[in-house]
Design a protein around this ligand. Structure first.
Ligand code: ASP
Length: 456
């Protein structure tokens, strides 16, 4: 039994919906369909979710909302008309969109979420109607009815553990269940969304709940590439990678799947495959619990910029009990998240994302460290990028690092810092951002020459 999730670009037009229908019809084990809101039809287009945000803003500012309502309703209408669906479904959607502007504004913590969720909710109704019209027994199911019960954290809902048992009851349904992604309901029956892009999370939750054999996540690319296609010319798509590898790649800029989406499927031990709605015969990328046989040491290389390193040195730092804790306390008190801490004997560097800092916070850190902790030097080093070289099989092979560092030295790139966790799932290199693209290309070449690509 499979749970299938379709992203916004797969549901953006009647033409895309036809592909979705073919995909679901072609495999009777595709029994649960989780949908996003209609996405962009072209790069200039607006996602329905973004249009709903504008609508919400106008409503709460008490501006005229009719333009927004019309735009959103028309977005569905175009699809409905092209698919030849009856106007009963359009009337329902139209009423649901207009009624949003009757909800109380004051004291309504979930109003924003309710607006946003309407994109997915109405789309699921549309998709179910379209499936039925084409001879596929299908039924729309609201997440509240399905049992997706979440914490009361607007815009950042977390699934409550009890949800899974309720979802399991859906296994026996003899219809294809079409469930809107992106939101659940709280114990008090309020609509509460996951963070943006959260339909991936819904799909993963449903897959874990119904104990699916596979969670298929349909998007608009042939799976996950071994490097960013904007950086490396025609990188190959990865056939198989583990959850841990996926997490490491996603951390540094691979955004095919929402990073929270991996958790429910991983805990439920459900394999996941990322496939392309526009090329469904391509096998895509399979995310598995572990590699079955020895494969290439490296599965992919990702990179991300806008990192800052706070370089701290203090003579005899290694002898001072509690020094590290005190430094991190300074950051915690300023509500700053850090990412990595490579250390030396008398120095430590704290790597964080630029967005965590403000000029005021920076001055406070400087002052605390020099005045209260007596450090000799504090330097804020900017314009840094991290490169993640990812592969669980690295730990079984000698010479991986030397290949990577040789690729860098051949290009004359200085490695500012290196960090490798004991699990050896990844090696992280810190370099100056101006070298990021060259570095990724060089490392890609070092690990994936033609011969090894064929084997992968
Ligand atoms: N429609 C929502 C968004 O744009 C959720 C999703 O598509 O996954 O963030």
């Amino acid at each position: 039994m499979k749970v299938v999730k379709f992203g916004g670009s797969s549901l953006a037009s009647a033409q895309q919906l036809q592909k979705v229908l073919d995909i679901v019809k072609s495999d009777p084990s595709r029994r649960f369909v989780v949908v996003s809101a209609p996405g962009k039809r072209n790069p200039e287009d607006t996602k329905v979710t973004d249009a709903l945000i504008k609508y919400y803003r106008s409503y709460t500012n008490e501006d005229d909302v009719s333009g927004h309502q019309e735009w959103i309703i028309n977005r569905y209408k175009v699809i409905i008309d092209e698919l030849g669906l009856s106007h009963t479904i359009l009337d329902k959607i139209s009423a649901a969109i207009t009624d949003l502007a009757t909800l109380p504004i004051e004291g309504n913590d979930f109003l924003y979420d309710t607006f946003l969720a309407a994109g997915e909710d109405n789309n699921a109704k549309l998709v179910a109607a379209y499936f039925r019209k084409n001879g596929l027994p299908a039924r729309y199911l609201h997440p509240g009815k399905a049992g997706i019960i979440v914490s009361s954290e607007p815009g950042n809902a977390q699934i409550l553990p009890g949800s899974y048992d309720k979802l399991e009851e859906l296994r026996d349904s003899d219809e294809v269940l079409v469930i809107p992604g992106f939101f659940g309901v709280t114990v008090d029956k309020q609509i509460c969304t996951f963070s943006r892009g959260g339909s991936d999370i819904s799909g993963s939750i449903v897959a874990a709940g119904v104990k699916a054999d596979l969670y298929e996540n349909f998007t608009d690319v042939d799976g996950i590439f071994a490097a960013h296609p904007g950086v490396v010319h025609k990188p190959h798509s990865i056939k198989k990678l583990t959850y841990r590898e996926m997490r490491e790649l996603a951390y540094a800029g691979f955004s095919v799947l929402h990073d929270e989406a991996l958790i429910p499927a991983y805990r439920g031990r459900i394999p996941l495959v990322i496939k392309n709605t526009n090329n469904p015969n391509h096998p895509g990328t399979r995310i598995v619990l572990e590699h079955s046989k020895q494969e290439l040491p490296v599965v992919g290389i990702s990179g991300d910029d806008n990192f800052v390193s706070i370089n701290i040195s203090k003579y005899l730092m290694n002898r001072e009990v509690g020094f590290g804790r005190k430094v991190l306390q300074v950051l915690e008190d300023l509500n700053i998240r850090w990412e990595h801490i490579p250390t030396g004997i008398d120095d430590m560097s704290i790597i964080l994302r630029e967005r965590e800092l403000t000029p005021i916070k920076e001055r406070e850190i400087q002052a605390h460290l020099t005045q209260n902790l007596g450090v000799d030097e504090v330097e804020f080093e900017r314009n840094l990028s991290i490169i993640m070289i990812v592969g669980e099989n690295m730990k079984n092979q000698v010479g991986v690092m030397s290949r990577a560092t040789k690729a860098m030295s051949d290009k004359g790139i200085n490695i500012e810092m290196i960090s490798q966790g004991s699990s050896e799932v990844s090696v992280m290199l810190v370099i100056q951002s101006k070298h990021e693209k060259t570095a990724i290309r060089a490392i890609y070449k070092a690990f994936f020459d033609q011969e090894s690509q064929d084997k992968n």
